[in-house]
Design a protein around this ligand. Structure first.
Ligand SMILES: Cc1cc2nc3c(=O)[nH]c(=O)nc-3n(C[C@H](O)[C@H](O)[C@H](O)COP(=O)(O)OP(=O)(O)OC[C@H]3O[C@@H](n4cnc5c(N)ncnc54)[C@H](O)[C@@H]3O)c2cc1C
Length: 498
């Protein structure tokens, strides 16, 4: 069975979904291949027990920890829209400095082949597509903007506004976290407790499915093939051109042919697809396919005032970047602090199954909950490989951790000074790979990068990769807006060169 298209995009997450949206009116016949189906809208979407204890929406597959940890359940979600179906919709831009070489305590974060100014117009468009709510001017690290945020801030609830005041009294500069939710006039968002980490039952979260794939499918030129797994890409005899992708759907295997192919399976699966496709890996003259895997150094932090309940419902509105570029008392960048969706007792129970339920509930009812995120550095030995049976193996050794510990310390001090005497922190392990990136990095030099600055493979003219794989450094900000902006930039280039 054969199908013919101008462009095949494999994967419908932040990268593939945004690219399809941007190409929908390009006059090209586009096929989206997606291993998952639409995520069902059902009551379980908002049940913490179903989402966090039973892992209802996470993939059931396991990956191998090459560091001797056996197999583990990765935090990935295979649906139309990819991981954005459950993401927290924090949509900040990377900072201008993130595009330059930046010295960290643990080494150098490399310069990008493009500058912030190259990406800026696409950031502005991505903010409109993903309906970002925000306000410029509060965060000293904020890069220049060519357009205002398309939507006003999501206001703080009283307890968060108090925190904002307390931080300002400490000389800090808290800012409204840019958030992608549908709070437009008549919008569907009800600002519930079950946004970050949950699928949205009312389609009010700006995920790649809602904001990009569905609008793209309104074009007669765009077709979606869900529940279809891309097994391998087949190149011509010289290995210079992709002729087809071999896929599997409902037990049937067949090839799809196209002029151009875009791999958008997410950083781990995109690397795995290229590694499965040829001896030594497809498009791998640099030897970099699968290498430089990054995920950020992350910790969860819960600050508790025992005498006071936290009544916040939509907690995720505030962020602090005062330590993004340095200090306190530390000459290197530390990273970003941002509130997360309100942690609930059942979510804590999933993380601490042996913990007494009433105690976990009492803590969750009183806590203010943070994500502490610092940059990890690209290391060629941190890599994805595929075993002879086709299983994914993750080689991962954390780096730049002194920086992360400093950031946790700074966050702890900040919360204690704000009147929260109990602070609990938990570092994230190998299974928390929500910010996976870097495995097919872009660059000017084919000897050290897999993709060119427009995300086309240096080695194969009709092969592109458009997802978080391209990032040459992870910065210390959430990645989706940057992936989406680059997808818009790549789409424009693909149209121009067609
Ligand atoms: C719980 C959680 C919270 C997060 N919160 C935020 C946040 O607040 N802000 C932010 O910026 N980021 C957040 N992220 C990260 C964000 O979701 C990812 O960075 C982003 O989705 C990556 O986009 P991508 O295109 O690289 O991959 P994905 O979005 O994962 O898309 C990859 C797609 O490819 C499909 N696929 C994979 N392999 C194949 C194959 N072989 N054949 C066919 N299809 C395939 C997958 O099913 C998927 O649809 C969060 C992630 C998680 C899990």
């Amino acid at each position: 069975m054969k199908h013919d298209y101008d462009i095949v995009i494999i994967g419908t997450g932040a990268g593939g979904g945004t690219l399809a949206y941007a190409l929908r009116e390009a006059g090209a016949r586009i096929l989206l291949i997606e291993r998952g189906d639409y995520l069902p809208q059902e009551d379980e979407n908002w049940r913490p027990e179903a989402v966090f204890q039973q892992n209802r929406y996470k993939t059931k597959e396991t990956w191998e920890d090459a560091g001797g940890g056996g197999s583990f359940k990765p935090g990935v979600h295979y649906y139309v829209g990819g991981n954005t179906k459950v993401y927290g919709a924090a949509l900040p831009r990377f900072r201008r400095e993130d595009f330059d070489a930046l010295e960290h305590e643990g080494g150098t974060s490399p310069a990008w082949p493009i500058s912030y100014d190259d990406l800026e117009p696409y950031y502005a468009r991505a903010e409109t597509i993903y309906r970002v709510h925000g306000r410029p001017g509060d965060d000293p690290t904020e890069p220049p903007r060519s357009a205002p945020f398309p939507y006003p801030i999501v206001p703080h609830e009283p307890v968060i506004a108090e925190l904002d005041d307390a931080f300002r009294r400490q000389g800090l500069h808290p800012f409204y976290l840019p958030i992608g939710i549908d709070l437009r006039e008549g919008g569907r968002c009800i600002r519930c407790k079950t946004c970050d980490g949950f699928p949205c039952q009312v389609d009010a979260k700006s995920d790649a499915d809602v904001c990009c794939v569905r609008p793209a499918l309104e074009s007669p030129d765009v077709t979606l093939m869900p529940r279809t797994y891309a097994r391998r890409l087949r190149a011509d005899a010289a290995g210079k051109r992709i002729e087809a992708v071999e896929v599997e759907r409902d037990g049937e295997r067949f090839e799809v042919r196209a002029d151009r192919f875009v791999v958008s399976c997410g950083a781990v699966n995109s690397a795995a697809l290229l590694l499965r496709s040829a001896e030594g890996g497809l498009a791998n003259s640099s030897g970099m396919v699968g290498r430089n895997y990054m995920v950020h150094n992350n910790s969860a932090l819960m600050a508790v005032k025992p005498v006071r309940r936290n009544p916040a419902v939509f907690q995720k509105t505030l962020s602090v970047n005062d330590f993004y570029l340095e200090g306190p008392g530390w000459p290197y960048p530390l990273g970003n602090l941002q509130l997360i969706g309100k942690v609930q007792g059942a979510m804590l129970k999933a993380a601490r199954p042996a913990g007494p339920t009433p105690l976990l509930k009492a803590i969750a009812n009183r806590s203010i909950d943070w994500w502490v995120m610092s940059e990890d550095l690209p290391d060629p030995d941190n890599r994805i490989t595929v075993t002879s049976e086709g299983r994914i193996r993750v080689h991962w050794k954390q780096n730049n951790m002194a920086t992360h510990r400093k950031l946790v310390e700074a966050a702890t001090t900040m919360m204690k000074r704000a009147g929260y005497p109990l602070v609990f922190t938990e570092p994230m392990g190998i299974e928390t790979n929500s910010h996976q990136c870097g495995t097919l990095r872009f660059g000017d030099d084919p000897a050290t990068s897999v993709l060119d600055p427009y995300c086309r493979a240096h080695d194969i003219a009709n092969l592109y990769v458009m997802d978080s794989s391209f990032l040459p450094s992870s910065a210390a900000m959430n990645p989706v807006l940057t992936i989406a902006a680059q997808a818009l930039r790549v789409a424009e280039h693909m149209v121009a060169e067609a």
